[in-house]
Design a protein around this ligand. Structure first.
Ligand code: HAM
Length: 430
């Protein structure tokens, strides 16, 4: 049997005939990244890229030892002579903060807005919208504790998906408080669940010890039934004064700007580094369990990684999930464009000349050429298959006079243009 790609990965294919079996359209994918780039860079964010693999310790400390990601989903990287101290990054934030600290980015004007995009790896159970290699657009603002930065981050996230044409995305906003609020809440959760240990799933019994809040995020139906039955109070009830004031301030900004959100009092994020503001972006097309994106404030992360105390907030959305949501709404992103012109010779002697003409056009626009002589009818057919706007034909007569026969494929209009003028003519009529 022919070899196949690993489970939970996708090929991103060029747009082609609908007969192709698509995983993902590479051009739709890059459209999402391009739109995010425009939105985020207009907001002052600078592009950063960090390695796809990092020290396992970075992820353990960053993402947190009690998370599913660290406990079950890390892809370990081995190479000759190494003992598996590296892992494929499951998310972008820990790497970005490491790079910020390591490269002294503190010198840049604060708060520093960074954005990145690329593949992330988690060994999850594969299902629709849940992959083992997926891709994120990620935005991080480092160096401010101001609620205004949180509100701006949320606005930018919403703007990214709206700019792509997505209408039905909803922000679920909450706060998971300061560490001391979390401690009080965890104590409350331990107290609530301990008498019902026998009804908790194995995973959740384990969570009760390590990080009780994670029980609320359990995928087990019986855990969820118990949570409902016990009427477990939400984290939001346990916010201290400072965290509550910060949360109120974030809401005030969002309300004033007309950014819609629903308060979700029991929001739990799947990573340990969050403090205070936490949110997720949801969409019906992706299902209630899976978010389009998520983010929050993580003021303690830099210290966890050995740096000075550095407040920060950020988010990431999954590109594949955004594409699923767009499809569910029937929004189609424009396919990649064909060349402006397809140049072909009508006889073998002029194949090189046709190529040369195309090479010149490439200084200003997309141009392809035929690798062998074609009959006129086939030139048009081939030009159309490639999605070209024009076809340029060179027979021996045209070659002798230094011209091409230029046909606009849409209107059928045809005229002669000197090869010297072709570039300008095409540009004027593009
Ligand atoms: P996260 O919630 O783990 O947050 O992931 C963000 C988004 O990545 C998810 O909402 C989802 O769209 C996508 N995603 C996650 N896992 C998968 C998967 N297995 N398959 C497909 N898509 C997936 C973070 O990663 C944080 N680093 C976000 C952040 C940035 N917080 C602060 N700054």
């Amino acid at each position: 049997m022919a070899l196949q790609r690993p489970k939970g990965t996708q090929d991103h294919l060029p747009d082609g005939s609908p007969k192709l079996r698509y995983d993902l359209s590479a051009s739709a994918f890059s459209r999402v990244v391009g739109t995010a780039r425009q939105v985020l860079e207009r907001g002052g964010a600078k592009l950063i890229h960090t390695p796809l693999f990092e020290e396992a310790e970075l992820v353990r400390r960053g993402v947190g030892g009690s998370t599913d990601i660290v406990r079950k989903e890390m892809f370990t990287v081995y190479y000759f002579g190494d003992h598996g101290g590296f892992i494929l990054r499951p998310e972008g934030t820990a790497g970005v903060v490491r790079a910020y600290l390591e490269n002294g980015l503190k010198q840049l004007p604060a708060p520093l807005k960074l954005w990145t995009h690329g593949p992330m790896f988690r060994a999850e159970n594969v299902q629709k919208g849940r992959l083992r290699q997926f891709h994120q657009v990620d935005y991080e603002v480092i160096g401010s504790a101001d609620a205004l930065v949180d509100a701006e981050a949320i606005e930018l996230m919403v703007r990214c998906v709206q700019q792509l044409g997505l209408q039905g995305a909803r922000v679920k906003l909450g706060s998971i408080g300061d560490p001391e609020d979390r401690e009080r809440y965890n104590a409350y959760l331990r107290q609530s669940f301990t008498p019902h240990l026998d009804r908790l799933s194995d995973d959740s019994r384990d969570r009760l010890e390590r990080n009780p809040m994670r029980i609320l995020d359990s995928k087990s139906a019986s855990d969820q039934a118990l949570i409902a039955e016990l009427g477990v109070r939400p984290m939001l009830d346990f916010l201290g004064e400072d965290a509550a004031a910060h949360f109120a301030q974030v809401r005030t900004y969002l309300d004033a700007w007309g950014v819609h959100y629903d308060v979700d009092p029991s929001i739990v994020r799947g990573l340990d580094y969050y403090r205070r503001t936490a949110w997720e972006l949801h969409h019906e097309g992706v299902g209630a369990k899976s978010a389009l994106g998520g983010g929050g404030r993580y003021d303690g992360l830099a210290q966890e990684l050995g740096g000075p105390e550095t407040p920060a907030v950020g988010w990431a959305f999954g590109i594949e999930r955004v594409l699923i949501a767009l499809e569910a709404e029937g929004v189609s992103l424009p396919a990649s464009k064909g060349p402006l012109v397809f140049v072909a010779a009508l006889d073998a002697e002029n194949v090189g000349l046709a190529a040369q003409v195309a090479l010149q056009v490439r200084e200003v626009a997309g141009a392809e050429f035929a690798y062998r002589a074609l009959k006129p009818g086939n030139v048009f057919k081939e030009a159309q298959r490639r999605g070209a706007t024009y076809a340029a034909l060179i027979g021996s007569e045209e070659a002798a006079r230094g011209v091409v026969a230029l046909k606009h494929l849409g209107s059928g209009e045809q005229r002669e243009v000197s090869t010297v003028d072709l570039k300008t003519t095409l540009l004027e009529n593009a």
